[in-house]
Design a protein around this ligand. Structure first.
Ligand code: ADP
Ligand code: MG
Length: 627
């Protein structure tokens, strides 16, 4: 027999020696607390690791039943059979216990039991389990779904809420990438893919808001993911949460469009050529909480300098008439239009028109918020005054033809009778006296005409007094007659006897002139204009409709069979400068002037018109009370 070579002997494991290893050495080499029991459960051997789990001094232990912490494990192992494995807590410490059979060299059955301390692992396990339970509870409360994807197998695990969010049944939905992509809104598939890629590539951004189509309706989801790494630091799965954020998205959209609308409204208000302020009367005064750009420009006040201040900051130091009415309107939740003097920040002031309108934000409750429109009417007023004067002059110019004609007529008898009178002065003094009477009467009439024209041209406020209206109208018509186009026939009926009207004679001719001229214009140069003056009894209903007091009125009607007016024209005719006539033909002031004159008397102007049929303008003139 060749002895084994040295090299072979050292390379090969010492198999023969292994047999000679003592059981004790084997036990001692074990990394866990281990004991060996005989069939009766008596302790035969143990290693050093088992020391602290056994009671008593080592020499006394052998051949006896196990006592000490190991006892619990031994009892449980023996109950479970010869082979067993379980985890057992002993006090604070967790053991993994394994029991398996051995045989003694003589063939007696033995049992070996080892107990490994797994407390640390157990604690991690508990921690994980607890955090999982917490996560589950949190996601349930947050209506959140969770998912986990194992990268190697593409195995997907969805929490129950994931199925609800996606409108899928856990029984029928098969998780594949293709199946999921089908759920994603076609427009958001790229976005979703990007999210996946980012996750796989380890990019920082692991979230995505995207849409799915759930049973035909679009829902917004928010996905947030994490990559999970194994103990070697290798990514093996992704884990994430998923939330249905449709409602939140909708609110976000609504908020966005609300903000946009708000911005537009503010811009629109700033673009408005009218000063706009919003004030609130919740406090004791009328606090300003918003003014637009034009309001700032008009008053010189910035929003900031006006905010939280009373609107009374605009009341001039002295003579703030009108402001009391504004405050009354605000505090009685009313509205209205006011003309008043408004102070600028620099102390100067301007004539303003202020319109106040309550904002009824709570139906049925008194308004505490008001919108104010402010306009500078200083130049408007000046312009209107100038134009009214111009219109008067225009009418005067038109009338002057009539005036010349009239005076000419009056001069005829003066000249003729003067000549005649001279011839017969000596022979027929009685006749001459008669001539003088006619001459004087004509002279007086001429003087009246001149006076009338002069009053007409006067600028100052007209005085009202009682006049026999029939005569005033006749005079006006006489002056007007010759100024009309030849094709226009002017017919009149006067049936008021000696009735007195409270008017101003100049204004009467201005009213008649404007109405007759409009009628003539409407008939394009040929046709009949009828002027009728009569007495009218206005009853309560008519009075209410006309906004005049019931009773006796003098009615002046000017009618034509001209082109008439449609509803739109009718609605605007009283506006100054509204005209449908060619430039140079109409100023658009006629009816505005008539209206302001007539209402100035306390009367009313009413138009009845029908397209292609004609128009009749009726003026209600206040009658002087009969005494
Ligand atoms: P103007 O005569 O200078 O246009 P007015 O104020 O007198 O201004 O009239 C305004 C408008 O009302 C006229 O342009 C015309 O369209 C309409 N209108 C007034 N009177 C009549 C009428 N009798 N028939 C038809 N339209 C009329
Ligand atoms: Mg006119």
């Amino acid at each position: 027999m060749t002895p084994p070579t040295t090299t072979a002997a050292t390379a090969r494991p010492p198999v023969a020696d292994f047999d000679r290893l003592t059981a004790q050495a084997f036990l001692d080499a074990m990394p866990y607390a281990s004991i060996v029991l005989d069939a009766g459960g008596l302790l035969i051997a143990h290693n050093a690791h088992a020391d602290e789990l056994l009671e008593g001094v080592p020499s006394d232990r052998l051949g006896r039943a196990v006592e000490g912490p190991f006892r619990v494990m031994v009892d449980r192992a023996r109950r479970s059979g010869v082979t067993a494995s379980f985890e057992q807590a002993v006090g604070e410490i967790w053991y993994f216990v394994a029991a398996y059979p051995l045989a003694s060299p003589s063939g007696a059955p033995l049992q070996m039991i080892s107990a490994a301390d797994v407390t640390a692992r157990k604690h991690t396990e508990f921690a994980i389990r607890e955090s999982e339970a917490r996560l589950e509870e949190a996601t349930r409360i947050a209506q959140m779904g969770t998912y986990k994807v194992y990268w190697d197998t593409e195995l997907v695990h969805w929490s129950p809420h994931m199925f609800i969010i996606h409108g899928q049944s856990p029984d029928s939905f098969i998780h594949t990438r293709a199946a999921y992509n089908e759920l994603v809104h076609p427009e958001d598939r790229d976005l979703y893919e990007q999210y996946r890629r980012n996750l796989f590539d380890g990019k920082a951004l692991h979230g995505a808001d995207y849409r799915i189509v759930r049973k035909g309706t679009v829902r917004w989801l928010r996905l947030e993911g994490r990559v999970l790494f194994d103990s070697m630091g290798e990514p093996y799965a992704s884990f994430g949460t998923c939330q249905d954020i449709t409602e939140a998205k909708q609110r976000e959209q609504e908020l966005k469009s609300l903000l946009r609308r708000n911005a537009i409204l503010y811009e629109a208000l700033d673009a408005s050529p009218i000063g706009v302020a919003v004030v609130t009367t919740e406090g004791p005064s009328a606090e300003v909480f918003y003014v637009n750009a034009e309001f700032e420009r008009l008053t010189g006040h910035k929003t900031s300098s006006l905010a939280k201040r009373s609107i009374m900051a605009l009341q001039p130091g002295e003579g703030g008439e009108g402001w009391r009415d504004v405050m009354r309107a605000l505090h009685t939740s009313g509205g209205g239009a006011f003309e008043l003097t408004c102070a600028r920040r620099d102390g100067s002031s301007f004539l303003a028109k202020l319109e106040v309108a309550p904002v009824r934000d709570h139906p049925g409750r008194d308004a505490t918020v008001f919108v104010l429109n402010l306009r500078d009417i200083t130049s408007d007023r000046q312009r209107a005054d100038a134009l009214l004067q111009a219109q008067k002059m225009e009418a005067l110019g038109q009338l002057s033809g009539g005036v010349a004609h009239e005076i000419n007529n009056l001069l005829q008898p003066v000249l003729a009778l003067s000549d005649l009178g001279q011839d017969i002065a000596d022979t027929d003094p009685a006749k001459v006296r008669k001539y003088f009477q006619v001459i004087a009467s004509s002279g007086r009439k001429a003087r009246d005409v001149v006076r009338q024209v002069l009053t007409f041209a006067r600028r100052d406020a007209p005085e009202l007094a009682s006049y026999p209206i029939a005569r005033l109208l006749e005079d006006a018509l006489t002056l007007l007659h010759s100024g009309l186009p030849p094709g226009i026939e002017l017919v009149h009926s006067i049936d008021v006897g000696e009735a007195q009207a409270v008017v101003n004679p100049t204004q009467v001719s201005q009213v008649v002139f404007n109405l007759v001229k409009n009628a003539a214009d409407a008939m394009d140069g040929s046709g009949q204009v009828s002027v009728a003056l009569s007495l009218a009894e206005v009853d309560a209903a008519q009075g209410a409709a006309l906004t005049i007091a019931p009773g006796r009125w003098i009615q002046l009607r000017v009618a034509d069979q001209g082109c008439g007016m449609d509803a739109y024209t009718l609605s605007r005719v009283f506006e100054p400068f509204f005209t449908t006539k060619l430039a140079g033909k109409g100023t658009g002031l006629g009816l505005a002037v008539v209206y302001s004159i007539v209402t100035g008397w306390g009367g009313m102007l009413k138009l009845d018109s029908e397209v292609a049929r004609g128009t009749s303008a009726v003026v209600y003139i206040p009658a002087a009370s009969l005494s």
